[in-house]
Design a protein around this ligand. Sequence first.
Ligand code: OAD
Length: 241
Amino acid sequence: MREAPTIVVFTGAGISQESGIPTFRDEEGRGLWERFRPEELATPEAFAAHPEVVWRWYRWRFEKVRAASPNAGHLAIASWQARFPTLLVVTQNVDRLHQRAGSRDVVELHGDLWTARCDRCGREVEMTAAIDMPGEPPRCGCGGRYRPNVVWFGETLPYAAFERAHRAAAGCDLLLVVGTSARVYPAAGLIEVAAAAGSAIVEVNRDETPLSPLATRTFRGAAGAVLPRLADELERWLSRS
Ligand code: OAD
């Protein structure tokens, strides 16, 4: 980090785990996809077949997200903004915890659970309002149904977000990869893009991932413990030099 002018932080569900938000998959079988089948909940086909089940599941997830607060990992990343003004956070998370921790430049690759959008006209409403509307899911004035504003399996990522993330990964000096199982593409491919372009890759994860071999340096542990330590070390070094 001392030698890297351009830093991209790439995060997944693991960084929010210590805020009480369940991850999707992990080595101990506690992830959401160990308990629910993605194709039954996180696909356009599932929403068409069982809109009320999908809506209720996302409402449950939203309530968890709403009750959660950023943890020491999110706060450490936000604290680096002052040191590295061009630092970009690219996240697969839909919980807005980076923004709530104070990170200003955040690319959301998989959408945002704090909004819902009409599946017909595209109108967006705040999730806080949508969950109080009648209907599971509620209806839009145009007759369509509100759905969570997230990316489902089989859907494409928001173009502008992915394009910016791709450009940033291809041009950074350091990619700090935190709490992602690196299994879901195209997001995970950003790690390969950065590695191929010669960037240093630092991985912070409790467990090994398929892309761990690309890492220049690996910290095995909880993001909420490792990131504040990295921040402390960096501060110590910077105050000495
Ligand atoms: P996963 O749940 O697949 O992976 C979480 C990773 O974080 C695993 O490698 C865990 O070992 C690790 N982990 C868990 N707790 C941790 C902690 N406290 N500190 C550090 N690491 C920890 O989450 P993602 O990689 O984000 O997509 O999943 C990618 C996408 O799959 C999600 O965005 C979601 C899902 O399907 C969509 O919904 C489109």
